[in-house]
Design a protein around this ligand. Sequence first.
Ligand code: CU
Length: 349
Amino acid sequence: MRSFLPVALTLLGTPLAAQSLLYRSPNLGGTWTPDGGVVQFNFAHRFYVFPAPSHAVVNYPSFTLAAGIGRSLAVGWHFGTHTVVQGALSSNESEFYGRYRWGAAEGATGFAVALTPAYNAAAKSVDGEVGVDWTSGPITLEGVARVTQKPLGHSGGAKGAFAGGIVARLTEYVAVSADVGSFVSPTTVATWGAAISVVIPGSPHTFSLQTSNAAVNTIQGNSRGTNQRRYGFEFTIPLHLRRFSPWFHRPEHAIRTNQPLVNLAAAAEVVIEGIRFWTDTVTISAGQAVKWVNRDNLEHTVTFDARNAARLSGSLPPKGELAIQFDQPGTYAYHCTPHPTMKGVVVVK
Ligand SMILES: [Cu+2]
């Protein structure tokens, strides 16, 4: 069926740069939600080396799996191992959470607030977190307030916890971060953490080297200090479900290619630089293509507002290009998903 379905050609297509360790410290879950249609997998591994003579190593792997639902909403699962706390039924800790985020997109200047209700299956506890972060230039400040109904290892009922952190981006690719936190209780050990994080160039992945006295990534685990100095790393992996769409759709719905657009001359070009589309409106004829050229070291998207144009949308890797051919006359408004203030219009005559 050719009716509306134009041809979208993506050059150097990669998944969106999603959740980034350059905007949060190691023991704060952050306020991030993946974009709709993106599944985020973050793997963190910390270990502790016992002093001499044993030098035994204890490993504390944990992961986060989260899916974006529409805008600013996510559901996820935190899983941590070796939660050795008195009263725990298992040495593993699972937390299921939802999150709603208001405010600026991750990495954009301004405030963001996230509400994260959760259920900790190991503690059989209803937990929650309110997180706030503020980003300006190279600095992000973070603060969270947490409440846990039944903290692991404590018999005294519900407890609150507070934590704060700071991230300083030294370059586009490298950041250092630190945080502290604690349950509101004189008998618990405060948490601390520090990390150096990097963007892996040309990829949507970020990686950090960390040291902390906390083990796992749940609301409770992020609040629970130990007397061990642990070391480790975290790796973030966004998975764009659209990548897999050819498995579910017939190929004529969208043709994507990594080949250069040799024969498809773009009738209009839109430059992206400084988190801005430099041409607001371009006008072409049906059958012609528009090319977007990304001069930023950031990933951007051309995401069409209208639902029936959604399949035209695409993403541009840092310094990448995207060309989209329009078969049908119409007015196509679009924006950039990570930077919603970036807007433009394609008019097809
Ligand atoms: Cu953008």
